[in-house]
Design a protein around this ligand. Structure first.
Ligand code: KG4
Ligand code: ZN
Length: 392
């Protein structure tokens, strides 16, 4: 099945084209994956500004889509395709009331890539969770394209994308699996009996892990997004230098809480910098900055590892999947690998491929494939963006 996917849930505009096959063994041939990041635009605000994200998605989506189609179109000779007939644009226009300029851009694309478009079997798009104004751009674009090209449409849960990113490297999940999703908006432990069947067994009660990293970075005067910054400084710091709390480490459930940790960091930094504001102490001293980052990162990791281990003990899944933006964290990958080797040697650990830990459309194509296989299609006129969409 050839799937074109779009993703605009946060601050990356992404499109991908993939050939996916199989039921038990999944095979993915990624034809293209284009991600246009808005990080530089949002950085001065210290976080993603939803209406700016929406504006940028509108501005970029046609170019990102064109790029995702251009490479595969060059290699098209291999396919026997019938070019699409000249389409009427009026039925698609109704989905682009807020993005009218896209109609013209999509019409140009349709003519330029008609032979390749004819080979596409379905269009997948992230419908949630995420920033609703941002999500709508992708959803409207997908509704219009599905109408223009007469293709089935699949609405995808963004978190399913993070769960299945491993298939992009053709690594197979053995079910039942446990997924730890750690991103800017989510920290969830999910039991998966098969694609599409999820049970959330733990989640954050306040800040998500990535959000905690971003807020901590802000406190320490580091630029957005904070995760990679903290991770980098932490590599040269002492992880035991500062004593930070491990919220909910011993709670009976599998939930998380990170907002107290951020507050503890704030109180830790304040007195030091006030006492010796000019002595180059934290957050100004590079030495202590590294120690603060390392101690903070370790506090987050200790809780993530302990709760995941607890879930592994209780549910005994065959595979542990870790995905989402925070799974790019070097130390997280190292410490989870060590924990699995030591305590759960029979559990398969699948860390999201480093090139697909952050938001991308390739993972949305894979998640869309599973829905398409089950015939879970949406009609363009009923598909909606849902910022608070649940996984289960
Ligand atoms: O999955 P993602 O790209 O977007 C959401 O769906 O939220 O995750 C973004 C989050 C940000 O909070 C970012 O700071 C965090 O992932 N992140 C990291 C690292 N790289 C990105 N956190 C810790 N260490 C990293 N290396
Ligand atoms: Zn994400």
């Amino acid at each position: 099945m050839r799937i074109l996917a779009l993703e605009t849930s946060c601050d990356e505009t992404a499109a991908a084209l993939a050939d996916i096959s199989g039921t038990r063994r999944i095979h993915v041939r990624l034809l293209s994956s284009v991600v246009s990041s808005q990080i530089a635009l949002h950085a001065p605000y210290g976080g993603v500004v939803p209406f700016l994200a929406q504006r940028e998605h509108r501005k970029n989506i046609s170019a990102v889509l064109a790029q995702a189609l251009a490479e595969p179109a060059k290699r098209l000779k291999k396919y026997n395709s019938t070019p699409t007939k000249k389409q009427r644009t009026a039925p698609a226009a109704r989905y682009l009331t807020y993005e009218p300029e896209l109609l013209e851009e999509f019409t140009v694309l349709t003519e330029k890539f008609s032979s390749l478009i004819a080979t596409i079997d379905a269009i997948a798009v992230t419908k949630g969770p995420g920033l609703e104004p941002a999500l709508w751009v992708g959803v409207n674009a997908a509704r219009a394209l599905a109408t223009l090209w007469h293709k089935p449409l699949v609405g995808v849960n963004h978190l399913e994308g993070h769960i299945f990113a491993n298939y992009l490297e053709n690594k197979q999940i053995i079910f039942p699996a446990l997924a730890l999703i750690v991103s800017g908006g989510h920290t969830e432990l999910v039991l998966i009996t098969e694609p599409g069947k999820y049970k959330i067994i733990g989640e954050t009660r306040d800040d998500a892990a990535g959000e905690a990293f971003d807020k901590a970075a802000k406190i320490l005067g580091l630029p957005y997004p904070g995760g990679p910054q903290i991770s980098q400084h932490a590599q040269n710091g002492d992880r035991t230098f500062f004593d930070l709390p491990r919220p909910m480490l011993h709670s009976a459930d599998l939930d998380f809480s990170f907002s107290g940790l951020k507050t503890a960091l704030l109180y830790l930094v304040r007195p030091i910098s006030k006492k010796t504001p000019t002595a180059g102490m934290p957050p100004y001293s590079p030495d202590h900055l590294n120690d603060l980052c390392a101690s903070f990162e370790q506090a987050v990791l200790d809780v993530l590892i302990a709760k995941t281990a607890k879930a592994l003990k209780k549910y005994r899944p065959q595979t542990l999947i870790i995905g989402g933006g925070v799974s790019a964290n070097t130390e997280l990958r190292k410490q989870f690998s060590a924990m699995i080797t030591k305590d759960f040697p029979h559990t398969l650990l699948l860390l999201a491929p480093l090139s697909f830990t952050g938001d991308n459309a390739a993972m949305i194509a894979v998640a869309g494939y599973f829905s398409a296989q089950k015939g879970k299609f949406s009609r363009p006129n009923t598909l909606r963006a849902d910022g608070g969409l649940d996984l289960a």
